[in-house]
Design a protein. Structure first.
Length: 373
């Protein structure tokens, strides 16, 4: 059904008013421009070489967005079956490092199978508005019931390895089991094969895909622009959201150690906050902010943000800026709190602007632009 003229006019007015508002951070003044409306619970964003964007919608659609923000009405065809259930659905999207040569697009998503649902990864060649030659590269096993904690972000490193972040599926004890892929980050070749130097390849009974363990529900990951190391954040329970630097074979502690407590009742989880052989986060939040999406700022539009880490927040509906010194967080700033809604993803575009997705039935793509230096 067509939207009433009054509703359309109100949306246009609100967009114009927002674009005229100048927000002041500790380092830069900026405006927020709404590029695209009408996305249903958008989850992940990738920039195509020609300036278009690919955006996932959690119910199971992959959308094309023109450089000016116009949403192509028809969704991309050819996707694998997606289970839009609970927190699951179509999740992240990433381009192959040699996309300009091979046209390969990677998707993470919740999918059904024997035993229930789990996160899977597939790739296909983007041809016009269709993915062709789609193949499933990875399945989180075992599958299980329930609708919580699917992860999932996709990151390629400088050597071309693919990292897939996974959740514990709401069954916390699985995060410590090496024969189970729940609560892990896995590392794969671009075709889904397991690298020979993965840390548990030669461990009897261990899944060879595993790169790290003890991760509760990782919904943000990015490569550090200088070191090339994978950084990730994960949801804690009630408190205890974490930022971690992901290293091969490291145990990040969930649920044995955490800075969070049980929902509602506040009782301790596990053995406390520290244990030998388990990594400490470089930063954590108590109370929780419900982080989702992560990007290091590497552009030239906001030079005093260069090297800072940006994190979207669902619960507190804000964009968090973390100033770093090496592997330490030395400053935290909260931007746009309550202004846009639940921020699901944050990316730095090839144009140097900061882009965010909002998690809503009528979600948006918004762009942060400088408003003077």
């Amino acid at each position: 059904m067509a939207r009433p003229f009054a509703a359309i006019a109100a949306a246009i007015f609100a967009t114009a008013a927002a674009a005229d508002t100048v927000y002041t951070s500790q380092a830069h003044a900026f405006r927020v421009v709404t590029l695209t409306r009408g996305l249903e619970h958008p989850w992940g964003l990738a920039f195509l070489p020609d300036g278009r964007m690919l955006v996932t919608e959690r119910p199971g659609r992959l959308r094309l967005v023109a450089p000016d923000g116009t949403l192509v009405p028809q969704a991309v065809e050819g996707l694998p079956p997606v289970a839009a259930y609970g927190q699951g659905g179509l999740l992240d999207v990433a381009l192959h490092p040699k996309f300009s040569e091979n046209g390969l697009v990677y998707l993470s998503y919740a999918a059904p199978g024997v035993g229930g649902i789990s996160t899977e990864v597939a790739r296909g060649r983007l041809t016009g508005r269709r993915l062709e030659n789609v193949e499933v590269l990875f399945r989180q096993m075992p599958k299980s019931g329930g609708g919580r904690h699917f992860g999932s972000r996709l990151v390629f490193d400088r050597q071309g390895y693919l990292y897939v972040t996974l959740g514990d599926r709401g069954e916390m004890e699985r995060a410590q089991r090496l024969d189970d892929l729940a609560g892990k980050i896995v590392r794969l070749h671009d075709d889904g094969r397991v690298p020979r130097d993965n840390p548990f390849v030669n461990r009897p009974g261990a899944r060879p895909e595993i790169y790290s363990l003890g991760n509760r529900n990782v919904q943000g990951a990015a490569l550090h622009p200088v070191t090339g190391m994978l950084w990730a954040h994960e949801h804690g329970p009630q408190g205890g959201d974490e930022v971690n630097i992901i290293r091969a074979g490291i145990n990040y502690g969930w649920p044995v150690i955490t800075y969070g407590v049980e929902y509602g009742i506040g009782t301790k989880i596990g053995e406390g906050t520290h244990k030998a052989g388990m990594a400490q986060p470089i930063h954590y939040w108590v109370p929780s902010i419900a982080p989702s999406g992560m990007a290091f700022y590497t552009g030239d539009k906001f030079p005093r943000w260069r090297g800072d880490l940006f994190v979207g927040a669902l619960k507190d509906q804000m964009l968090v800026r973390l100033r770093l010194r090496g592997e330490q967080v030395i400053e935290e700033e909260h931007l746009l709190k309550g202004e846009l809604g639940r921020i699901r993803d944050v990316r730095v575009g090839p144009d140097g602007h900061v882009y965010v997705l909002t998690d809503a039935r009528d979600g948006i793509i918004a762009r942060l632009e400088p408003a003077g230096r």
